[in-house]
Design a protein around this ligand. Structure first.
Ligand code: PEP
Length: 264
């Protein structure tokens, strides 16, 4: 049975002084041991968030990592620097693809860097609006999967149990628009098919959790978790609100209990 995961992407919000109290408030409002909870604050807030979350069961993630291990890369953060601060890392978020021109080739190499450094990557994929309107959404995402697996040397599926994929249609991020649950589920199927086409076994592709991301709120999460192919959410804007996170995680806990009961 795949875990249910709710990951919070705080983006470029919070400061070292307010991040800890916010993380603590979210942890208190989302006490659900059957749901894997992850908070990804900005780098400078990792330490206070880690401290605030100690003993709560909520994990900490970074929002990015540099592809190289160390060296002359002014202003960058390498995976080894995150040791003791973060156990997870978002890779390939569409805002970085847009603003830092990250390619699937770079995303694949960053995935490999995370995995060999002990960070669990949340690997973001997703199509643009014009690509969906042209009927090319699944082809685009399948190609994203192929390129990153190839570049990262990940086609043998050896790391399948450490990877989490977030399907985030770019047109749904921060816009208030969401995909339909059925479309997200269809895309999860296409992603798993692409993993298999590129070398993973069926069992490996079935093991990887696939989250939906794009304007998820406590009101919309149910539509996605009703789909058996979807295993949680990557939440941006709503993840800064403890009440919203409480509702999202409560719904996720219901799903986790139902899936456990169905699995016997
Ligand atoms: C995200 O940042 O990954 C995201 C999905 O943001 P939002 O929930 O605000 O759309």
């Amino acid at each position: 049975m795949r875990p249910i995961i709710i990951a919070a992407n705080w983006k470029m919000n919070t400061t070292p002084s307010d991040a800890g109290p916010l993380a603590a408030a979210i942890a208190a409002a989302t006490d659900a041991p059957d749901v894997v909870r992850v908070i990804c604050p900005p780098y400078v807030c990792l330490a206070p968030v880690r401290e605030a979350l100690a003993g709560t069961g909520v994990a900490v993630g970074a929002q990015n990592v540099h592809v190289m291990a160390a060296g002359a890369f002014t202003g960058e953060i390498g995976a080894a620097m995150l040791a003791g601060l973060a156990d997870w890392c978002i890779v390939g978020h569409s805002e970085r693809r847009r603003d830092q021109h990250e390619t699937d080739e770079l995303v694949g190499r960053k995935l490999a860097r995370c995995l060999e450094s002990g960070l669990r990557p949340i690997w973001c994929v997703g199509e643009q609006l014009d690509e969906r309107e042209a009927g090319r959404a699944e082809a685009v995402v399948r190609e994203q999967v192929r390129e990153a697996l190839t570049a990262g040397g990940l086609a043998d599926g050896a790391w399948s149990s450490s990877i989490v994929i977030a399907y985030e249609p770019v047109w749904a991020i921060g816009t208030g628009r969401t995909a339909r649950g059925s479309d997200a589920a269809a895309m999860a199927g296409a992603i798993r098919a692409a993993l298999e086409e590129n070398g993973w076994s069926h069992a490996q592709a079935e093991t990887v959790p696939i989250l939906y991301g794009g304007s998820v709120t406590s009101a919309s999460i149910g539509e996605f978790l009703a789909e058996p192919a979807i295993d949680g959410a990557l939440v941006g804007g709503a993840s800064l609100k403890p009440d919203e996170m409480a509702g999202i995680v409560a719904r996720a806990a219901t799903t986790a209990a139902a899936r456990r009961a169905a699995a016997g």
